[in-house]
Design a protein around this ligand. Sequence first.
Ligand SMILES: NC(=O)c1ccc[n+]([C@@H]2O[C@H](COP(=O)([O-])OP(=O)(O)OC[C@H]3O[C@@H](n4cnc5c(N)ncnc54)[C@H](OP(=O)(O)O)[C@@H]3O)[C@@H](O)[C@H]2O)c1
Length: 298
Amino acid sequence: MNVEDIKDGSEGPKMILVTGATGTIGRPLVDILHAEGANVRALTRDPQAAGLPADVEVTEGDPSLPGTVASSLEGVTSLFLHPRAAGDGAAELLALARERGVKRVVVLSAVNVDDDLAVQPSRYRGDRNKEVEEAAVGSGLEWVSLRSGPFAINTLHSWGSQIRAGDVVRGPYATFSEAPVHERDLAGVAARALLTDELIGRKMELTGPQPLTHEEMVATIGDVIGRPLRYLEIPPEAAAQSMLQHGFPEPFVEALLARYAREAGQTARLTDEVGKILGRPARTYAEWVADHAVAFRN
Ligand SMILES: NC(=O)c1ccc[n+]([C@@H]2O[C@H](COP(=O)([O-])OP(=O)(O)OC[C@H]3O[C@@H](n4cnc5c(N)ncnc54)[C@H](OP(=O)(O)O)[C@@H]3O)[C@@H](O)[C@H]2O)c1
């Protein structure tokens, strides 16, 4: 992929607006697009705090309040639509984008988006992946949906403080299995969807390359950071108490533990989409840990 791919003779150079640009996926996406020589504009509610590279164009707005994004859409041809950032504002934002000449939307979504809404834990934290994906598909724009599996970085959020403090990770359901995906691989696929026409009209399930249980993931972190770590299974009730104490909403905790209970002992579902799209193997969980080893050590 090179900068020639992102130009078409009739319409001049493309401009990509990235919503959620300071987040888990948005930040590496901005990096990749910038490195590819694409014209990229990074949207944030707070440019001062964004911490994006100095030579990236940063623009202020809140995608959940589409009126605040109107001027940022000037000259934009493609939009990366972040579901957490856009939330209930997605349909209005897309209508405005279309009116302003945007041609394509690439939306982040989730592998469980077609499940019963009541069993999707992220909904209880306010995420609206289904509605945002539907808004993209119904927008009248060219669209691509990235249905992501679990982000590998969830494990840093869940276990990082325990690992920094000791060698035992206490958590529920040791045999629950996932195929964690590296955020740079998701961002790489998003860049491909924005810069080429290869993925238009596709809803792609994107997972990491290996199923790993909680127990195996913790052992992998230990191998990579050079300390023997052990996952100590605790009863779901104790895990629930701890999550509630850390401020997670009760319905979220219930839905998450119910999912673990339903799926524990099963092998996580895998797809090979990331490797096929990027033309190289998806990054392994061990590679992801190596990229974040400092955060587990300090
Ligand atoms: N974690 C997983 O395993 C997983 C898997 C599949 C799908 N997903 C979905 O992916 C999304 C989370 O992605 P992420 O981790 O990249 O998100 P994130 O880092 O939490 O948020 C991305 C950016 O959105 C902006 N933002 C956050 N909350 C906002 C709000 N209420 N209103 C307006 N802007 C807001 C923030 O930017 P500024 O502060 O700079 O404006 C933030 O940096 C969710 O929809 C989740 O359900 C997650």
